[in-house]
Design a protein around this ligand. Structure first.
Ligand SMILES: C[S@@+](CC[C@H](N)C(=O)[O-])C[C@H]1O[C@@H](n2cnc3c(N)ncnc32)[C@H](O)[C@@H]1O
Length: 236
């Protein structure tokens, strides 16, 4: 799935000549212009992703503002993020944490973490950020004693979303947030066609991920129709 992501973005970049591959439109432009995520390091990260032809893999500014809103309204202090990339979402979430808050951000790629470290260590929020490099399925077990967590943000290999959801359910508590990005699986779950191939296995996994979070016995939840789909569940 990791490789798939890059094949996908290569393909989209070819189609769109390297412009932001998240579908953008005038409505989004209006919202981002009026509700921006103003931070010079976030801007640097975006430029770097653009230069490396990966702009659009990170969450958008609307999602970033929404995550910050949730962190503040829910009094979130501890976050586990699965999928750092260059640290855009990590920093956006760290900005909303209180002084004694902490975000652990996991990524498989040492190259991505090198970049993330370069940008994030310049931020005043760096003391609240810890990067854990390696396969999240391993790194998560090392975090268990630091839980339970107030928020788990899942934004990595799609085929592992159910594994991450199982872990999140074991290491959060009532009132904690479990959030997954890309939960419309490039529009394939509702029959949209962006010319993106997705494996039947990933479709099965994401369908089940959404089904579990939609269960009102266990969650107050919503699938927000952002460009990529953002499923937000508050644990009952
Ligand atoms: C969509 S990007 C994350 C974007 C980031 N959350 C943001 O919005 O700025 C997905 C990341 O997941 C990482 N990844 C893929 N498979 C992984 C795994 N098994 N364990 C940890 N990270 C993984 C990739 O290296 C990539 O950096």
């Amino acid at each position: 799935m990791y490789e798939f992501t890059y094949r996908f973005y290569e393909k989209k970049n070819q189609l769109k000549s390297g412009v932001n591959v998240r579908q953008s439109n005038k409505k989004e432009e209006y919202i981002v212009k009026n509700f921006p995520c103003q931070d010079p390091i976030l801007t640097e990260i975006k430029h770097s992703l653009y230069e490396d032809r990966m702009d659009g893999i990170q969450i958008g500014e609307i999602e970033a503002r929404f995550l910050q809103f949730l962190i503040k309204t829910h009094g979130v202090r501890s976050i586990v993020e699965i999928g750092t990339l260059y640290g855009f979402s990590t920093l956006a979430m760290a900005q909303a944490l209180p002084e004694n808050g902490k975000i652990y951000s996991l990524d498989l790629s040492p190259k991505h973490h090198e970049k993330a470290h370069f940008f994030l260590q310049k931020s005043p929020h760096w003391p609240r950020i810890e990067l854990l490099t390696g396969d999240a399925k391993q790194s998560l077990s090392g975090l268990e004693e630091k839980g339970p967590f107030d928020l788990v943000f899942i934004d990595a290999d799609k085929s592992s979303y159910l594994h991450y959801l199982d872990w999140a359910e074991q290491h959060t508590r009532t009132g904690s947030l479990i959030i997954g990005d890309n939960t419309l699986l490039f529009d394939t779950l509702w029959g949209g066609d962006r010319g993106i191939e997705v494996s039947p296995q990933s479709q099965k996994v994401m369908t089940e991920f959404n089904r579990r979070l939609a269960d009102q016995q266990n969650y107050n939840s919503v699938l927000i129709p952002t460009a990529e789909g953002l499923t937000v569940g508050i644990r009952n």
